[in-house]
Design a protein around this ligand. Structure first.
Ligand code: 2P0
Length: 331
């Protein structure tokens, strides 16, 4: 048995009672302190802990058994089984087939607007894991589901929870202690919204980019200590509801992650001219007195961090800036 199969059988201790179909919804999450780099590529184990905030939009997935082969529908369109997304979903399903001749029909719909640059793989793999739990009647708790979702996409383990969520890197070689959990923080005023600047496909996917950064960036060595520092400072700011300290930590953590990528040979740059214009606008708005910060992931778009009371102001500023992707439904 390979290590992934061993991991799955350690989590799925007992056989459930199978139903005809399963379905689930899982939300998108945005990292405030980023996951960038794996200590184990096979089991998707991160180099560091990370901390995210869960949005309300996400992915709906249903799953049932199919006759002769897998069938995958994405946003109501059948997907070729050779499509990279289909291949990744099938590889994930392979871990859970009761026998090799068990096939699945999967229908998955993203509420995330097309071109949003939001990590739909996180909500997608979390929703698929929960739908399988429903289909197979595993009756797993959220922590166990988070362990399984992690095998599909690292950040998916954080999409099993709402609010503020921490993913623990863990120390075990078998990966059984690398799960996510919800932090005991309620902050209804807190808000994160995507600011969509481009619909272009990313030049390099994040899985390849993080590995290239580890192997070829002279700055990566400093990243784990930076994350440890930011995590403890961010948690303190969260528990104190200190918005400005929190925003400054998030923005700096994202910029440091990008600096680490930019220092890779050859360089990995997700920013466009619009990204930089949008960053400068946020800094200008802040200078003018608005408490607003941004974070960025493996793409050109910004995610704005502000308080709900300022939402209308933020929308007006973005519309008047004219720096946004015209058909975007976000902000
Ligand atoms: C994060 N990102 O913490 C970081 C910040 C992008 C930038 O997790 O290889 O799709 O499937 O574990 O989770 C995106 O990477 O990568 C990501 P895999 P994943 O949200």
């Amino acid at each position: 048995m390979n290590r992934k199969a061993q991991f799955v059988s350690a989590v799925l201790k007992k056989k459930g009672s199978q139903r005809a179909a399963g379905s689930a919804f899982a939300p998108v999450n945005i990292a405030l302190v980023k996951y960038w780099g794996k200590r184990d590529q096979e089991l998707n184990l991160p180099v560091t802990n990370s901390l995210s905030y869960t949005l309300s939009i996400g992915t709906h997935t249903s799953i049932s058994l199919a006759d002769r082969q897998d069938a995958i529908w994405l946003n109501d369109v059948p997907l070729s089984l050779e499509h990279p997304i289909a291949r990744r979903l099938i590889a994930f399903c392979d871990l859970f087939r009761p026998d090799p001749a068990t096939y699945f029909q999967i229908k998955t719909k993203n509420e995330v607007p097309t071109g949003a640059g939001l990590a739909s793989s996180a909500s997608g793999f979390a929703a698929l894991t929960m739908a399988m739990n429903d289909l197979f009647g595993w009756d797993l708790d959220r922590r166990e589901l988070s362990l399984l979702a992690r095998l599909g996409s690292g950040s998916a383990c954080r999409s099993l929870f709402d609010g503020f969520v921490e993913w623990h890197t863990g120390s075990r070689e078998d990966g059984l202690d690398s799960f996510a959990e919800r932090l005991d923080v309620e902050w209804p005023e807190f808000s994160v919204e995507p600011w969509i600047l481009s619909s272009e496909q990313k030049a390099i996917d994040s899985r390849k980019a993080m590995q290239a950064t580890i192997e070829h960036s002279s700055l990566y060595a400093a990243w784990p200590a930076k994350v440890a520092h930011d995590l403890s400072a961010l948690k303190r700011a969260l528990f104190d509801r200190d918005f400005d300290t929190l925003g400054a930590i998030c923005e700096n953590n994202a910029l440091t992650m990008h600096a680490t990528m930019i220092a890779t040979a050859p360089p990995i740059i997700y920013w466009t001219e619009e990204s930089l214009r949008a960053m400068r606008l946020v800094w200008q708005w802040r200078k003018n007195g608005l408490p607003i910060y941004f974070t960025m992931d493996a793409g050109p778009n910004l995610k704005l961090i502000f308080l709900k009371k300022d939402e209308a102001t933020v929308r007006t500023l973005i519309l008047s800036s004219k720096v946004y992707y015209p058909t975007s439904k976000c902000l």
